[in-house]
Design a protein around this ligand. Structure first.
Ligand code: AMP
Ligand code: MG
Length: 413
């Protein structure tokens, strides 16, 4: 593995390097699950329809089914029977008669048109048509929507509220999906305490495991949370070894910069093939990526905004690749008019937190959440988007156009 450690690397280069390491899925990664247990999983093969949809010719209207060969001027059709949705008509129906039919009911054999009831007059003698009818009219043909054997979902699609009901509508009972990715996480830092422990002088609460764990669970990963690891080489080595044994991917936070207590780098030189990058993005400059003995590794920066941002922009796409989620895409970027200034100096691609909305005149507008420090996590909860400011861009004045990237479900539900 080769890493460019000289200077800053761009987000795109980092993404490309990570993506280049995405291994192909094998049969061992696949399991077959009942539909009800497959929510959030990724399809391991195209899903083909076992049935035709609709499964039989049926009426698109409430009206009367007839044979168009029986049509002639002044024809009156006696009603020979009824067909309801779920209750087909099976009897004889003599030439020149019609069948009362409801929407969704199977079209009786021989009928080749349905006239809607609004285009008829019903008398004691039968039904008279008040409009012309052509063969095939108001009949939804078998397989109109989906043919048996058609691929209805591609490989690499996440099964959500749009996909599972579709499969249910086809009577699909089992679906081949990838096993969930196993991810081990921990935070590093002598100053960190878990929620529930009073803080001593110089200590802070651990934010990052909450953010990372929740985002991983939303993506559908199985998470092993190893807690807070002290800035101690032995403790770190033990954590990395335990994480590597369990996981496909290990994610740590903190200790990836150049401070005196940043042991992560030293450990990783020993335990794997890891590159340390200085990313040309803000926040989130220090980031580590590579491979332990077995598992992949991502080392997030310690500052909570940087950790969440690098997870979102780099780890999320990497996990999509590892998970076989080929249909995954980043949220689109839209142009919006800044209604406040955005502080910036040239040098790094900046992901500021913003609040976008549509103005009364229908224009997309965006304003800053205020303080953009990499420790100001409240900026995420106020925001609904990243304001993406190009690497070379300087301060943005109100009125200028900027790129807005709406948060996806990981950051806002
Ligand atoms: P480090 O990269 O370990 O030097 O951490 C950079 C900054 O982020 C320091 O101010 C740390 O105290 C802080 N930090 C590191 N990990 C966490 C965490 N899990 N939660 C909150 N803050 C953290
Ligand atoms: Mg630290």
């Amino acid at each position: 593995m080769e890493f460019n450690t000289a200077g800053l690397i761009s987000l795109q280069d980092a993404l490309d390097k990570m993506r280049a390491h995405t291994p192909a899925k094998t049969e061992e990664d696949v399991e077959s699950l009942p539909l009800a247990a497959a929510a959030g999983r990724i399809t391991a093969a195209p899903v083909r329809s076992p049935v035709f949809v609709p499964p039989f010719d049926n009426s698109a209207m409430d009206g009367y089914a007839l044979r168009t060969t029986d049509l002639h001027d002044g024809a009156v059709f006696p009603v020979a029977g009824k067909a309801f949705a779920g209750v087909p008509f099976h009897g004889e129906w003599p030439a020149g008669s019609c069948i009362r039919i409801m929407t969704g009911a199977p079209v009786p054999p021989g009928a080749d048109a349905v006239i809607m009831q609004e285009q008829t007059e019903v008398t004691d003698a039968g039904v008279r048509l008040t409009a012309s009818v052509r063969p095939g009219q108001n009949i939804r043909l078998i397989g109109d929507d989906i043919k048996q054997g058609d691929s209805v979902l591609a490989q690499g699609v996440r099964l959500g509220a749009a996909e599972l009901p579709l499969l249910a509508s086809l009577g699909v009972e089992h679906v081949d999906v990838y096993k969930p990715l196993k991810v081990a996480i921990f935070s590093t830092g002598d100053e960190l305490q878990p929620v529930g422990t009073p803080l001593q002088e110089g200590q802070i609460y651990d934010t990052n495991r909450f953010a990372v764990r929740l985002m991983l669970e939303q993506i559908g990963c199985t998470v092993l949370d190893l807690g807070i690891i002290r800035d101690d080489p032995q403790a770190l080595r033990a954590a990395f070894e335990q994480a590597n044994d369990f996981a496909d991917l290990v994610i740590s936070s903190g200790g990836v910069s150049v401070g005196e207590a940043d042991y992560t780098k030293k450990m990783l030189d020993e335990l794997g093939e890891i590159g340390f990058w200085k990313l040309a993005i803000k926040p989130g400059k220090p980031f580590a990526f590579g491979k332990l003995k077995k598992a992949w590794f991502c080392g997030l920066p310690g500052n909570p905004v940087s950790a969440a941002l690098t997870f979102y922009q780099l780890v999320q796409p990497f996990i999509a690749g590892l998970s076989g989620h080929t249909s995954w895409t980043m949220p689109p970027r839209l142009k919006a008019k800044a209604t406040t200034p955005f502080n910036k100096s040239p040098g790094r691609l900046d992901f500021q937190r913003g609040i976008f909305s549509t103005s009364a005149s229908g224009e997309l507008e965006v304003r800053t959440t205020g303080h953009q420090g990499s420790h100001v996590f409240s900026s995420f909860s106020q925001a609904n988007c990243f304001v993406v400011l190009e690497r070379e861009r300087d301060r943005v004045s109100a009125g200028e156009l900027v790129d807005v990237e709406p948060f996806n479900a990981l950051l806002r539900s």
